[in-house]
Design a protein. Structure first.
Length: 140
């Protein structure tokens, strides 16, 4: 059995999306990077990046005014409602599906997950690492 090859770094591009002070704690902001809309969230000093596309019906899931929490009721809570993930949840404005930002997981349907992007902070600059799109040959 052969070892897995290391991921090629030329398949990814780092995109500058702003300065660190533009993403204060508790903020939710949509930026443009690599031709995509990406939601950037600051939760307790940690930055997260998610695509601004809800898997349900492609709604703008990251267009939220603030991060919230949510209620859950399950066997673990004795079927009593319990407030969880305070300040870590976004809800799609189209149909209300909720997602836990740090994991990208849909609260109602845990098998549905938003892709998470790597966020890099260096010298107070915030960058997102996105998979590079294939170059198109204009001469073809």
């Amino acid at each position: 059995m052969s070892a897995q090859p290391a991921p090629r770094t030329d398949r990814y591009t780092d995109h500058l999306v702003g300065r660190l002070d533009e993403f204060p704690e508790g903020s939710a902001r949509v930026v443009e990077a690599g031709g995509r809309q990406i939601g950037i969230f600051n939760i307790k000093g940690q930055l997260y990046a998610l695509p601004n596309v809800c898997p349900h019906q492609t709604g703008p899931v990251c267009n939220v005014s603030k991060l919230v929490g949510t209620f859950v009721a399950n066997e673990g809570t004795g079927w009593q409602r319990e407030w969880v993930h305070d300040g870590e949840v976004i809800a799609c404005p189209w149909h209300g599906l909720e997602y836990h930002v740090p994991t990208g997981e849909c609260i109602a349907f845990p098998r549905i997950k938003l892709r998470r992007y790597v966020v890099l902070v260096e010298d107070d600059e915030v960058r997102i690492r996105l998979r590079s799109r294939p170059a198109t040959d204009a001469a073809a």
